[in-house]
Design a protein around this ligand. Structure first.
Ligand SMILES: [Zn+2]
Length: 62
């Protein structure tokens, strides 16, 4: 199982070649820390990061 973070929106996809949040193909193994967004519509952090779907998001992408 490989967890890859999207360079654009920081969404963490598991065993995937494209980001499941924004469709970007630039994913990286180098990321640090994460937040779990359960309800993007009610989350201020989600709005700031441009997050649309629930899931795990990296705090820092290398
Ligand atoms: Zn993305």
């Amino acid at each position: 199982m490989v967890e890859l973070a999207c360079r654009k929106c920081k969404f963490i996809s598991v065993d995937s070649k494209v980001c499941k949040n924004c469709g970007n193909a630039e994913l990286t193994k180098e990321w640090y820390g994460y937040v779990v967004i359960i309800d993007p519509e009610k989350s201020e952090i989600a709005k700031k990061l441009g997050i649309n779907i629930p899931g795990k998001y990296a705090l820092k992408v290398g």
